[in-house]
Ligand binder design. Structure first.
Ligand SMILES: [Zn+2]
Length: 316
């Protein structure tokens, strides 16, 4: 808007670009028409009044009231039921707006307690016994939730599907996950220790996951949600191997497979893949052009495996 001096009420020339969002080419100036003032981004969130944050690396203007802002709470509820998350049929943006405004759904757990609002809902415009029954059934169908999907669905910033999968793997049981949200300090320490040593998870995602769980209201919401659902961890079929239970690290380039393939292979063989090397690391798998990690492994006396031995192992 700044670059092309686009203002509210302007007539613009657009062209089709991509699928949805048209590309604005220029403003059509009309001497007889008074233009509005230059647009200035708000300093405060129009919904909750919190300060606005503008990250210089992004074009997004963001409200800082992450967990208190009603617009963001509703946004997360919509994400929670959306197709990529829990995918609850008949519960979309429209219904979330409606139920939030009527204070029927204020948090994730309320979705699974909808039954108690029967008399209120069946009497609402456009609703009846049948549509209510169908919705309750659709919700009940989604009570069994895989942990990684659960973590993705609660809508923590920087935790997309892939990061949610990585984080879920740090929890060996749903009981540990519950203890984590009960603010069990030992469990929290363990989990963050694992996450910080996990390949593929950036510091922004870890920080965001931590910030979410540091906020008491979030923890209470998660705990009451856990009571309503059946959280499951589909156990990975682990093949017993010489590296089962070992902490391993990859370095250099593997010619026979990608790093991601190697990692999932290692997990199938029961090993834990870490990203930084120290004396608790058991094995270093060194591909081509191994540098500082190989040197360090030698210094620490860590077992080193070349690609050929790794490949043989992975054939198990
Ligand atoms: Zn806000």
């Amino acid at each position: 808007m700044k670059k092309k001096d686009i203002r509210e009420g302007d007539t613009v020339v657009i062209e089709r670009a991509g699928d949805v969002i048209p590309h604005i080419l220029n403003v059509v100036l009309d001497k007889n028409k008074k233009r509005s003032k230059l647009f200035k981004p708000p300093k405060k969130c129009p919904v909750c009044g919190s300060c606005i944050i503008i990250d210089p690396d992004e074009v997004v203007v963001r409200c800082s009231g992450t967990y208190i802002c009603e617009a963001q709470i509703v946004g997360r509820l919509k994400h929670f039921v959306s197709r990529s998350a829990l995918d609850i049929e008949g519960l979309g943006d429209k219904q979330i707006n409606l139920f939030y405004n009527k204070k029927i759904i204020k948090n994730y757990g309320d979705i699974f307690k909808l039954k108690k609002n029967r008399s209120q809902i069946v009497n609402m415009e456009g609703w009846g016994e049948l549509s209510f029954k169908n919705l309750v059934e659709a919700i009940n169908d989604k009570r069994k939730i895989e942990l990684s999907k659960f973590i993705y669905s609660i809508g923590i910033r920087f935790i997309g599907e892939k990061n949610a999968q990585i984080i879920a793997q740090a929890f060996k049981s749903t009981d540990i996950f519950t203890r984590f949200y009960n603010n069990d300090q030992d469990v929290k320490k363990d989990i963050f220790n694992i996450l910080e040593n996990t390949d593929g998870l950036g510091p922004k995602a870890i920080e965001s996951f931590k910030e979410y769980s540091d906020y008491k209201d979030n923890r209470n919401q998660i705990l009451s949600l856990i009571k309503e659902v059946n959280l499951v961890i589909s156990s990975l079929q682990i093949v017993k191997s010489p590296i089962t239970g070992k902490k391993i690290i990859f370095t250099g380039t593997l010619n026979s497979m990608s790093r991601a393939e190697a990692k999932s292979m290692a997990e199938k063989l029961g090993a834990r893949v870490v990203s930084s090397i120290n004396k608790s690391t058991d094995i270093l798998i060194a591909g081509e052009k191994s540098g500082s990690k190989l040197k360090k492994a030698n210094e620490l006396g860590i077992e080193i495996m070349n690609e050929e031995s790794w490949r043989k192992l992975s054939l198990l």
